[in-house]
Write a protein that binds this ligand. Structure first.
Ligand code: ADP
Length: 282
């Protein structure tokens, strides 16, 4: 199983939203991480056939065009469903739209709802669902027919921390034998579940690797020190600061720099540091 993205380019007037984007994906969860405007949505819209790139190609195990799209499940950004439908009615409706046939549609819909922990709420109207439940219902409709490629665009926008964790757990449980692509600007969305992280900016890949590989590039570059307000301000001007924590009457600052700031100790780099290092602010 292989999803091959080759040299995708898409321009809006003079702006290149995608600039020769190439990536080959196998089984596992991929986190596409980049600041706003990096080109993530343009990439996702190209992968899902919503827009046509100016040039380049996409193929899944040798199939392209409509043949490839039938292997795809998609959770768009900001989707909304009919509020008067119940969770189960929506899944049955989506099965019809997708022309997915099976001997026991209700039983199948229930199985799908179990996978996203919505079975107990199957008869609840969507209007009464929380944001997290709606997102999980979005995942449920995406996995109808067991597509091998699953794509999620900014999936945790607007969710509270507890629902984010739940969402991540559901994604992890579904990821076996699939290619899962999560596009986000939120580091924690992918920090625990992405096998491969793809850092993207200005329509291009900046870096790709496992989280361990990307973090290893920052060994001996991440520092922490406890200091006063003036020093925090100076460090923010002179270096890349990835975190500032106010503690009583002092500040604990996390700094990315080639050389050790005075009084700082070396700390283990994390994915947040990697993003600050490559993108500045996210
Ligand atoms: P992201 O999803 O990472 O925030 P986008 O793919 O939405 O990035 O946008 C990439 C770049 O392309 C941005 O500079 C954005 O302003 C531009 N862009 C995206 N869609 C359009 C459009 N329909 N018309 C004009 N410019 C667009």
């Amino acid at each position: 199983m292989e999803l091959s993205i080759s040299n995708l380019t898409k321009s809006y007037r003079h702006k290149k939203a995608l600039d020769g984007f190439s990536l080959t994906l196998g089984e596992g969860v991929y986190g596409i991480l980049g600041p706003n405007g990096a080109g993530k949505s343009t990439l996702i819209n190209s992968l899902t056939g919503i827009i046509k790139p100016d040039s380049g190609s996409i193929s899944f195990s040798g199939k392209s065009g409509g043949d490839y799209l039938s292997h795809l499940g998609f959770l768009p950004q900001n989707q909304d469903f009919y509020h008067n439908f119940t969770a189960r009615e929506l899944i049955l409706y989506m099965m019809k739209l997708k022309d997915f046939k099976c001997p026991d549609p209700k039983g199948y819909a229930d199985e799908i709802l179990k996978k996203v922990n919505l079975y107990d709420d199957r008869n609840k109207k969507i209007g009464a669902h929380s944001g997290g439940m709606k997102q999980r219902l979005g995942i449920a409709q995406a996995i109808i027919g067991e597509p091998e490629v699953l794509i999620f665009d900014e999936p945790t926008a607007g969710l509270d921390p507890k629902e984010r964790i739940r969402f991540r757990n559901v994604i992890s449980s579904l990821a076996n034998d699939k290619i899962v692509i999560l596009a986000t600007h939120i580091v924690t969305d992918i920090a625990f579940i992405a096998k491969t992280v793809v850092l993207m900016d200005k329509g291009k890949i900046i870096r790709t690797g496992t989280q361990g590989e990307l973090c290893a590039e920052l060994y001996d570059k991440v520092w922490e020190l406890d200091t006063d307000y003036d020093t925090v301000m100076r460090l923010m001007k002179e270096s890349r600061v990835s975190n500032v924590l106010g503690i009583d009457d002092y500040y604990r600052v996390r700094v990315i720099d080639d050389s050790r700031p005075d009084d700082a100790v070396n700390v283990q780099p994390n994915l947040e540091d990697v993003c600050i290092f490559h993108f500045g602010e996210m």
